[in-house]
Write a protein that binds this ligand. Sequence first.
Ligand code: IYR
Length: 227
Amino acid sequence: MIKTKLIDGYPFVSYSKETYPEAEMMKKSHEYYQWMDKRRTVRDFSDKHVPIEVIENIILSASTAPSGAHKQPWIFCVVSDPGIKKQIKVEAEKEEYESYNGRMPEEWLKDLRPLQTDWHKEFIDIAPYLIIVFKKSYELNADGSKGNVYYAHESCGIACGFLLTAIHQAGLVALTHTPSPMNFLNKVLNRPENEKPFLLMPVGYAAEECWVPELKRKNLQEITAWY
Ligand code: IYR
């Protein structure tokens, strides 16, 4: 039963969390890791239809992320309109062409070679949905007044992590795409000045023939320091 009380005049609710015996906890955490380890960034998308309700649920899951002072400084723009997707593809490829042909230093290009990326971004057209996450740098109220947000970058990063996990859980795939610079997205989607493009994510089914680089993730020793 959820109880409520006021603390210093502010409403609080009691919170209890289901716990597990240690053996079960070990099993669950291991199984979760193994399942998460199957998630891959994908560039070969199918154009197969995905129900809009799935996209809504994925976004709702992302929106459960913690945020600075609970300001929830994010907006998830969902694009399925072929004309808008096309416009985004054209603009993204324009920027990416410049990046791959002069803006990115040789070392960066060399680091990307194992991923075999280039300036072509077909997936923007093919994936049934683009979810474009905008980060609010400040709140813009209806009356034109401004409000603060806190740790917006961290908050949006966590929300995008939750988004990726929810996409994986639904049996779908995504690509964390950051065409650089991304400010053309404000214009194309007519977003207000307080919103900055954070991440562009094509979402959908993996193509029947889908290839991903054979990557090795760092092991526990490499990513941890214990004190
Ligand atoms: N934004 C470019 C380049 C790119 C950069 C990194 I760092 C990647 O991990 C992958 C690609 C692109 O999307 O191709």
